[in-house]
Write a protein that binds this ligand. Sequence first.
Ligand SMILES: [Zn+2]
Length: 394
Amino acid sequence: MVEIDSDEEIRTSLCLDCARHTSVKKIIVQDCTKGRCAVCARDDVDVRNPDNLEPLVMVIRALIRFHYDEHEYNPHWGGDSVMSLFYKADNPILEPPKSNLYVDDFDEWLNWPPYPDWDKGIAVFAGHDEGGRGMNFAISRTNPGEFVDLQSRLLTENFFQVEPDLEAFIAPFLNDIEIQLPQGEVWFRARLGEAAIYRRFPLAGWESKIIRIPWQNEAIGAPLPPKAGFGRLNRAGVSVMYLASDPYTAVAEIRPHPGHHISIGGFNSLQPIRLADFSPDIGIFATSDERLSLYAKVQAFDRLMSMPVTPDERTPYLLTQLLAEVLLRHGFDGVRYRSSVSTGSNICVFYPEKFGFVGDHSEVRRVKAVAYEWASVPSELAPRPDDRPYNRRV
Ligand SMILES: [Zn+2]
């Protein structure tokens, strides 16, 4: 047993228990040792190797950039400090510090160096340039300018005129988001109603019951081209297969009303499926501002694909429909994206025949209730004289 006579010799780090976000946990596990945690002040716990802290620090900085606008943590813009973010009980990144003993160490890694080179690290502050002081906005809520340009061009130009620029836009991150679904993985579809309803009479007694037969096989599979309506990742007349990671997500994605009966069906992959994953681990991109700017692009597509839209809105899908065609040409079998209606995920497979129906997941369920979530938006009884009419474009 080695005696350590002064505290200065123990370098602090961050422990697994104090990491909330899965990407932070992951980076600790990648190079883990026993040591002292700066956030809970415990010794001899599982921490990131203190001699190799930088990757952990960059993941935490990337998550700050993802979740927060700079004015929330930069004193120059009225915020408090980066560290203050973690004292908020609902922060998604770390457990709030339980002791102030070593918090200064933590604060120092987070803030120093403040401005690494664009291709060598991640800065949480935008800093100065010739135009003055800039401000970073949360990546989770901000669409990159080029992305917005592509979207608006599709309102006045044809698909094929925008395609080369979309291709150039996604090229730098295509390799990073490629994943492979193994053969034999079961995913789910839902369809309103059922194939048939029967009344079953008991062999003894008087009470009969209603038996529902779910839609099965091709009746719950992808519609054939003549019947295929437009969707998030396909134009009308193109048959693709939308699948969800679990039955609840599949049902929620078709937005049923209370009282509806819904058939559920399982489909398994008949071969490995090559997907473009638009909800990848931020850790893959958390090495530099250059890489993080690619993650911002990936996220913009993911938000657009998972965004709930009303049935009469078509324009939000123009860009994702074109994206699907570009990915198809690059050899992808489909796309994976988050669900906006559950914690599950969705995939869109360009070749429906790569999935086969499996009968043992079929059933009919009745929707008992639907929960709505709403948010206040600015509204007034009448405009002010200098308010200008807003033309909705995208
Ligand atoms: Zn800890």
